[in-house]
Design a protein around this ligand. Structure first.
Ligand code: AMP
Ligand code: DBH
Length: 541
């Protein structure tokens, strides 16, 4: 075990009694994230671990390449140094993450869509000494921005840039030498990001012990094994495709990871077909786009389609099952920890209508009212959680922690949920996303689901717009087929017929060609609110 000393400064440990319990119960095993590569390389060296375009690596090759990259990192960086990693879905992303784990260098999980403001924040917040990025990607000059940042930010000494031409972007970084000893499982392994749609992302310290537990448990729940093939359709550094069960889960199980450079249906379906992909994970807007392009016979090799990150309507869920002919798994998770899944053998009632249940019994859940008292069984309240892979504090953010966590260490998720008698959760909205129309609380997701059932509506988002009389009024933003001809009275009649409460009727409708999305593809309500305040979009009163 490398001695990286005490826990990374600025990370909040679990209280000793909890840590002991999680170890005694066998949840935290002492295995490290990179340790699984060694195990696979020994057990099944010639099986394919990674596929990216025409390039393929076996488990043994991946392990060896991670060794040389880890040695190269160590020549430039010290244990526990931070490195901001902004790489698209390419081989180098996976290699670099594992090399960081092996070298005890801590990756900060940026997304390809981040730009100057966020990247600067990550570097400043972590005093990162390195930034790994790509030359040009999707029309943006990442290398150029990286050079500007290095000029401006004192801590930033090293830029590792992967060229766009393919080939091996990190060749110059590799070094020979004896393999490094395994990292310390109790130490912080990575810094994840919290919700991109709510202001500047907070950083989330995850240890090898806690992260790997969630990965292992997720891989088991998703039925992953050596013959599993996982397609990385979402940006690979995001918590969902990385760990639920995702890239790490597939590799932990000795399976294969296929990197999808762009998530459009033709690229993704082509790879699913060519590589015999068995499982992938998408967010609801992407699921919708895939469904519209689904081939008549479904996707033959695909066994499990995971959908998570935002609320999935039961209607869309049903259409997905019919359209793809595979098992649907709902995933309700957060980079702070807790991840809930529907199980592969659950009844349609559970799979279509709920966001599943926690992955393990050690996850503690409370559903509370505004005073923090438990709500009566089955009623909607705010979800709080504590457990073996849910953080006890953000990185270097003690001020924010005071409101984000309760005194007894529960994380306030900000999600409004209902706990069904069968133990499954239904997400009813986010407390921070609530619209308060004259004091009456409206959860956008509920109204959106009803709006999508109106003929000709392809997608819908509901946001609050400031109003002098009511505080906020409800605006329905619609993506429609053909010309925007839908009028408010018809829409209101439709909602009434479906039994929607009178105070939830949209006061206004606006039309857009496409809903704006966050960097991982969730609907970006904040961006919509901004657009509506400065309307360039057409709207009807
Ligand atoms: P993030 O902060 O980016 O990690 O996003 C986590 C949040 O995404 C959760 O707290 C939920 O609000 C939301 N979320 C994730 N999965 C789901 C889901 N399956 N259904 C509804 N909301 C979800
Ligand atoms: O949205 C999320 O953050 C998320 C969704 C599903 C997540 O972090 C996860 C699964 O692990």
């Amino acid at each position: 075990m490398t001695d990286t000393g005490s826990l990374l400064e600025g990370a909040v440990p679990w209280p000793a009694a909890f840590a002991e319990r999680y170890r005694a119960e066998g949840l935290w095993t002492g295995e490290t994230l990179d340790g699984m590569l060694r195990r696979n390389a020994a057990a099944d060296p010639d099986r394919t671990a990674l596929v990216c375009g025409e390039r393929r690596l076996t488990h043994a090759e991946l392990d060896a390449r991670v060794d040389s990259l880890a040695c190269g990192l160590r020549q430039r960086l010290r244990p526990l140094d931070r490195i901001v990693v902004q790489l698209p879905n390419r081989m180098e992303l996976v290699e670099l993450l594992f090399a960081c784990f092996r070298a005890s260098v801590i990756p900060v999980m940026a997304l390809p869509g981040h730009r100057r403001v966020d990247l600067e924040h990550f570097v400043r917040q972590t005093d990162a000494r390195a930034l790994a990025t790509v030359g040009r990607w999707a029309g943006f000059d990442h290398a150029g921005l990286a050079r500007v940042l290095r000029g401006d930010l004192e801590s930033l000494e090293h830029l590792f840039v992967v060229s766009e031409e393919g080939g091996d972007g990190f060749d110059s970084l590799r070094a020979g030498g004896a393999g490094l000893p395994p990292a310390d499982a109790t130490q912080v392994a990575l810094l994840q990001l919290s919700g991109g749609s709510t202001g500047t992302p907070k950083l989330i310290p995850r240890t090898h012990d806690d992260y790997l537990f969630s990965v292992r448990r997720s891989a088991e729940l998703c039925g992953l094994g050596p013959s599993s093939v996982y397609l990385v359709a979402l940006p690979g550094t995001h918590n969902f495709p990385l760990s639920s069960a995702g890239i790490l889960g597939a590799l932990w199980a000795g399976g294969t990871v296929v990197l999808c450079p762009r998530p459009d249906p033709s690229t993704a379906f082509g790879l699913i077909d060519r590589e015999g992909v068995t499982i992938t994970g998408v967010v609801p807007p992407l699921a919708r786009a895939w469904l519209a392009a689904a081939p008549a016979g479904g996707l033959s090799s695909l066994e499990v389609l995971q959908v998570g990150g935002a609320k999935l309507d039961p209607e869309l869920a049903t259409e997905l099952v019919e359209g793809f002919g595979c098992t649907l798994q709902q995933v309700f998770g957060m980079a702070e920890g807790l991840v809930c899944y529907t199980r592969l053998g659950d009844s349609p009632g559970v799979v279509l209508e709920t966001q599943g249940r926690p992955m393990c019994e050690a996850d503690e859940l409370r559903v509370v009212d505004a005073n923090g008292d438990p709500v009566p069984d089955g009623e909607v309240g705010d979800l709080q959680t504590r457990g073996p892979y849910t953080i006890r504090g953000y990185y270097r953010a003690p001020e924010h922690d005071r409101s984000a966590f309760t005194a007894d260490g529960f994380y306030r998720t900000g999600d409004r949920v209902r706990l069904r008698p069968d133990g499954n959760l239904v997400v009813e909205g986010r407390s921070k996303e609530q619209v308060s129309r004259g004091g009456e609380k409206i959860a956008p997701v509920e109204v959106e689901a009803h709006l999508r059932t109106f003929p000709g509506v392809r997608d819908a988002a509901v946001v609050g717009v400031p109003d002098r009389v009511l505080g906020e009024r409800l605006c329905a933003v619609l993506v429609v087929e053909g010309e925007p001809q839908i009028r408010r009275p018809a829409l209101v009649r439709h909602l009434r017929d479906r039994g929607v409460a009178e105070f939830k009727m949209p006061d206004r409708i606006a039309f857009v060609d496409a809903l704006p999305t966050t960097k991982v593809g969730k609907t970006d309500r904040r961006a919509l609110e901004r657009q509506l305040r400065h309307p360039a979009t057409g709207g009807t009163p």
